[in-house]
Design a protein around this ligand. Structure first.
Ligand SMILES: *Cc1c(COP(=O)(O)O)cnc(C)c1O
Length: 321
């Protein structure tokens, strides 16, 4: 296995920047996890750094994962496997529609993409693992979205970075907002908060797809698994806020208002946001702040990446004329 020096040590802390005063009566800051310097960055790059360390402890020769081949997760895992000199096998649900930039990047990494109907995913994963083992290969399977303890660990560290920033800059964030999908990012942030004993702020996960009950219970399960025995003592229900009020039609779909917010932030701050995750969550955050009449607070938004999806939308609008 080839080493990836960037992932051998702890990642450098990503920058936090204050945004302009264009967003109402709060101070808004953004933590730029999209700037993590691997494969266009994002929260999947932060998680990949943890999976990398796990894989290096094994004698893996092929990395397997599940997810849409147009996802940020699959792009980063395919890129990481290629960088390590390992094979990569991605199992994707059948989709139709345009070819996305992430899919192109997955293909350029040389990953095998196998598609199957959603209902056949679990069986396909098991069969494929088995088939590799029978060939004498040693597959390492990463759950969709980088779910699992290493993914949670990545954002426990992200939370510690936020605390370090606060100490150095004498600021306290009353709210942390971010796009919540498979839930590992939120589980990590909440675990970070529970472990540090901080109780004065709210971490708000803006669901980009799941409805509240399921989304919340998945995050809670991840927290329970990560904390283990400490769960009963540390966990407090109120510290998990997961809202599905801003899903706008579910995974991948977005409204004209979301597109307008994205264009505004690009013009005003020079920061790109995608329609599936970050733009949708940022727009949702602004609505949440307004609806809850929150003012005079310090708000941190975590930019979780998705840069290639930003360009998907530009291409779509080019095709529209
Ligand atoms: C995957 C992803 C998320 C959601 O992260 P989870 O840990 O799955 O909740 C948010 N933003 C971007 C850009 C992503 O790729």
């Amino acid at each position: 296995m080839r080493r990836i020096p960037l992932f051998e040590r702890e990642l450098e802390r990503t920058c936090v920047q204050e945004l302009s005063d264009s967003y109402g009566p709060n101070r808004l800051f953004m933590k730029r996890d999209d700037m993590i310097p691997f494969s266009f960055g994002g929260n999947k790059a932060r998680k990949a750094a943890e999976f990398y360390r796990e894989i290096m402890k094994t004698d893996t020769d092929i990395v397997m994962t599940y997810g849409s081949n147009s996802s940020n997760h699959c792009r980063i895992i395919a890129n990481m496997a290629a960088s390590m000199g390992l094979g990569c096998h991605i199992i994707s649900p059948q989709e139709n529609g345009m070819v996305h930039n992430n899919t192109r990047l997955v293909q350029k990494s040389g990953a095998v993409i196998e598609t199957c109907p959603v209902s056949a995913v679990a069986g396909t994963i098991e069969n494929r693992k088995q088939a590799y083992r029978e060939q004498g290969k040693r597959p390492y399977f990463i759950e969709g979205g980088g779910h699992g303890n290493p993914g949670v660990e990545a954002y426990v560290k992200g939370y510690r970075e936020i605390e370090a920033y606060e100490r150095e800059h004498s600021v306290h964030f009353d709210y942390i907002f971010h796009a919540s999908g498979t839930g590992a990012t939120q589980a990590g942030l909440v675990c970070g908060q529970l472990l540090s004993g901080e109780q004065e702020r709210k971490i708000v996960g803006i669901s980009i797809a799941r409805e509240a009950q399921r989304g919340r219970s998945v995050v809670e399960d991840s927290i329970r698994t990560y904390l283990g025995e400490r769960f009963a003592q540390l966990y407090q229900e109120e510290q998990l806020v997961f809202t599905d009020a801003y899903r706008s039609g579910g995974y991948g779909s977005y409204t004209e208002e979301i597109a307008e917010t994205i264009d505004f932030v690009m013009q005003r701050e020079g920061i790109p946001m995608d329609t599936t995750y970050v733009g949708k969550a940022f727009h949702g955050m602004l609505a949440y702040l307004q609806e809850n009449k929150i003012s005079g607070r310090n708000i941190l938004f975590i930019h979780t990446g998705g840069c290639p999806i930003f360009f998907d939308r530009l291409e779509e609008s080019r095709l529209d004329g």
